[in-house]
Write a protein that binds this ligand. Structure first.
Ligand code: ARG
Length: 459
């Protein structure tokens, strides 16, 4: 026989190159557990419906457990000639239990089988991503809690803008990762329909019970259209899309950590556990984990683009192109989980340098907006005039090589005669942040309220 599975139709076996391009076992062996779970549910349903007798189905279900323990114990020889995980498992089952193994594939195709296996795997990764995100958010909440009222410079264009609080900055990332979490949650709810029983593309003439297998595998319901069920890879694309956006957030934060841990900023000190040294420069402590997290987005976005490109223009139903879905998603998932874990560790371990943050917050004329607001409030100036007066004062301080609070009252009065001592109250960074009381603003009271809301949501 030229092929164990379809030798009936074939006189010759495949060319070695054909085998090499065709086989997926090198990577889809990662679906072993999902494949066996799916097959066990299918066999139980076939017996329940009287399609296969109970004795044979029991032998199949038992035999599959043996195959699983062989695979997980590393005592399984995968064969490239058997193409993929589905045929490797089935062939081994036949060796173990003989003829009844041949009844397992009744009312099923590898098309609905692989869609089911892959969905189960991706669903598990969505859960893992949500766990990883929650752990990271808890670490961020810890940082925010500790420094809810520590002041630091807030930036726009990476130029000093206005003072903000450390807690506020940490909580900005909690919001971002919170949206990532909800993206995975939404995608998981949408994808949770079972393809099994769609068979090759048209459904089957056997009296199967698709609700039974769907329930057994933790799906909410069977997928409603058999053509769509075997052709759909939206769940993988949504996973990659959510992973890409999450990786962008990780990358932006990683970039900040790289900047903040530099000698020029010294906003944070990363722990030794998440840093590396240099082989030549003894003083070096490098933020390699942050740099790698910043870079990992490339692989995840690459996987996203690759699978979108594979799926674009595929006619219904199954095409072998879709076998290219797995390596991309496997790599993206591995990369994302590692990046989340590394970020969580770095955040948990890092120390924010309160003094350096405050010193930086107090420089760069960060309270210029507060001064302009004071002129509006106290002298009833139109904001545009106040902006102009403040600009002149900033110029004066800059020329004198000092900051705004260092200007003497007489100096300020040369620009605007009505300025009084009261102005100094708003030039201090603590008063500045405390005054930003609007909902979502940087005032410590608002930040603490935000922390409390997230703690409740994550509890
Ligand atoms: N290895 C295949 C894949 O990953 C399994 C499905 C094969 N189906 C088929 N009709 N050739 O997509």
């Amino acid at each position: 026989k030229s092929n164990a599975m379809w030798g009936g139709r074939f006189a010759a076996g495949p060319d070695a190159i054909m085998e090499a391009i065709n086989a997926s076992i090198g990577f889809d062996k990662r679906l072993a557990r999902q494949d066996i779970d799916g097959s066990r549910a299918h066999a139980a349903m076939l017996a329940h419906q009287g399609i296969v007798d109970v004795k044979d189905a029991d032998a199949i279900r038992e035999g599959l457990l043996t195959v699983l323990s062989e695979i997980e114990g590393g005592n399984f020889t995968f064969s490239t000639a058997l193409e993929d995980i589905h045929m490797n498992v089935e062939a081994r089952l036949a060796e173990l239990i003989g003829a009844p193994a041949g009844r397992l594939h009744t009312a099923r195709s590898r098309n609905d089988q692989v869609a089911t296996d892959f969905k189960l795997w991706v669903r598990g990764q969505m859960d893992a991503a949500m766990d990883g995100l929650e752990a990271l958010m808890r670490a961020l909440l810890g940082q925010a809690d500790a420094g809810a009222d520590w002041v630091m410079p807030g930036f726009t264009h990476l130029q000093t803008a206005q003072p903000v609080t450390w807690g506020h900055h940490m909580m900005a990332y909690v919001e971002m990762f919170g949206r990532d979490l909800s993206r995975f949650r939404d995608a998981r709810a949408r994808m949770n329909e079972c393809p099994l029983g769609a068979a090759a593309l048209a459904g089957t003439s056997f009296p199967i019970d698709r609700d039974m297998t769907a329930t057994a595998l933790g799906f909410d319901r069977p997928a409603a259209n058999s053509l769509d069920a075997v052709s759909d890879r939206d769940f993988a694309l949504e996973f990659l899309a959510a992973a890409t956006i999450c990786a962008i957030h990780l990358s932006r934060f990683a970039e900040e950590l790289v900047i903040w841990s530099s000698a020029q900023f010294r906003f944070v000190t990363l722990s030794d556990r998440f840093s590396t040294g240099s082989s030549i420069m003894p003083q070096k402590k490098n933020p390699d984990a942050a740099e790698l997290i910043r870079a990992k987005i490339g692989r995840i976005l690459g996987a996203n683009v690759a699978l979108l490109t594979v799926m674009k223009g595929l006619p219904l139903a199954y095409s072998k192109d879709m076998q290219e879905d797995k390596e991309q998603v496997f790599d993206a998932a591995d990369t994302l989980m590692l990046a989340l874990a590394a970020m969580e560790g770095m955040v948990r371990d890092m120390t924010a340098n309160r003094d350096a943050l405050e010193a930086a917050a107090s420089s760069g004329f960060s309270t210029a907006t507060d001064l302009a607001d004071w002129l509006v409030r106290e002298l009833d100036m139109p904001f545009r005039d106040a902006h102009h007066v403040t600009g002149a004062l900033v110029k004066m301080a800059e020329d004198a090589g000092c900051d705004l609070p260092d200007l003497a009252l007489e100096q300020m009065q040369r620009v605007e005669g009505r300025i009084t001592m009261g102005v100094y109250d708003v030039l201090g960074v603590h008063n500045s942040v405390a005054s930003r009381m609007s909902y979502g603003g940087t005032a410590p009271v608002q930040v603490r309220a935000q922390i409390a809301r997230w703690k409740e949501r994550l509890a």
